[in-house]
Design a binder for this molecule. Structure first.
Ligand SMILES: Nc1ncnc2c1ncn2[C@@H]1O[C@H](COP(=O)(O)OP(=O)(O)O)[C@@H](O)[C@H]1O
Ligand SMILES: [Mg+2]
Length: 342
């Protein structure tokens, strides 16, 4: 009994000072009004006695409330709840209940995000290891065959060396793309936005691809735009975007043409890369921007693809506050486009 009262009073000690001041003020007031020591002293004793009873109740209430909150926090810590609605506090703590629920939800979603991130990381690592292994094994294979005697066989030795060389180039592409992806995703990629003349920029860029398209007997068409039209963006990063899109167009087109156009809209201009190539199946359209996703893995690898190009393109265009759009039809061709601010 006494221990209980003691512990109640201890938890009510935050109110001691206020109640003491209140009791004293009443006693002083009575003294000032009636001028009697005895009256105010007896009143003070009575008030202090009543205050102790009051403090005992207040302390008990406070202790119960604190215990209730402590219990909830412990339950949360021990993963006792699956849903926020399972968290219930008594009526007088109902505003706190909402806050605790919100905190619970936030923590839960943070943990889920982290778990998802962890999963994406390990998947990425598994993909990277696999992608690295492919060219390294191939190079190893060619070198071993050469060492085992093929080096003296004039009919195949050059071919094997060329193959091995091709795989070192692929490896280099892969490493460059990996560096880009990791820079972009860790937020280290600094963008520097400014206005630049799009016509001149695209003309120069498209010219660089003339040798590639000649080799495949494709037409490369650039439709000039108003030479004074200026668009807003990071020229260097957009160059990476255009190179990736045009390279894809060349890689995945066997006959016909590749067209680069700019369509002016009111506040924006749309940059379009269109090909008459193999096209992309409808069901793959939403996935080609994922890291390492390819419609035809073997084909992409054979022509030096890394499966990271479009993921990089997507990131860069999103950093411009824009979006890459794609339309495609099997055996008719594909069109990739994005808008930039005028
Ligand atoms: N212009 C295109 N025509 C047909 N398929 C394309 C085109 N561009 C991209 N793709 C498909 O999207 C996949 C992902 O593209 P990308 O990320 O650039 O990787 P890759 O290194 O394979 O080119 C490609 O493997 C290919 O299957
Ligand atoms: Mg590509």
């Amino acid at each position: 009994m006494w221990n209980k009262i003691k512990s109640n009073l201890i938890s009510a000690r935050v109110y001691f000072l206020e109640i003491l001041i209140f009791d004293l003020s009443i006693a002083v007031l009575i003294f000032l009004l009636y001028g009697s020591h005895e009256l105010s002293l007896s009143l003070l004793i009575l008030l202090i006695f009543l205050s102790i009873i009051l403090l005992n109740f207040l302390g008990e209430k406070r202790k119960n409330e604190l215990n209730e909150i402590k219990q909830i926090i412990n339950n949360i810590r021990q993963n006792y709840y699956s849903y926020p609605d399972e968290i219930k506090l008594s009526n007088n703590l109902s505003n706190l209940q909402e806050d605790i629920k919100l905190m619970f939800e936030k923590t839960k979603s943070d943990i889920e995000d982290l778990t998802r991130l962890q999963k994406v990381r390990s998947e990425f690592l598994a993909n990277v290891s696999h992608e690295l292994r492919t060219p390294i094994f191939a190079i190893q294979g060619y070198i071993e065959t050469l060492l085992n005697g093929a080096v003296n066989d004039e009919s195949v030795n050059k071919y094997f060396l060329e193959k091995a060389n091709q795989h070192t180039l692929n490896l280099n592409n892969l490493l460059n793309d990996l560096i880009d992806i990791s820079m972009i995703e860790s937020g280290e990629m600094r963008m520097s936005f400014r206005y630049f003349k799009i016509d001149e920029y695209l003309k120069n860029l498209v010219n660089e691809f003339i040798p590639n398209v000649k080799e495949k007997n494709l037409d490369l068409i650039y439709n000039p735009v108003n030479s004074n039209l200026q668009l807003f963006g990071d020229k260097e990063r957009l160059r990476q975007v255009m190179v990736n899109l045009i390279q894809n167009a060349v890689k995945y087109t066997e006959k016909g043409k590749i067209e680069i156009k700019v369509e002016e809209e009111q506040k924006f201009a749309r940059i379009i890369v269109k090909d008459s190539g193999i096209g992309i199946p409808q069901e793959d359209l939403s996935r080609i921007f994922e890291r390492f996703y390819r419609v035809d893995k073997a084909r992409s690898r054979a022509i030096g693809g890394t499966g990271l190009g479009l993921a990089i393109v997507k990131h860069i265009i999103e950093a411009h506050g824009s979006k890459v759009e794609v339309e495609s039809q099997i055996d008719v061709g594909s069109q990739f486009s994005f808008r930039l601010k005028k």
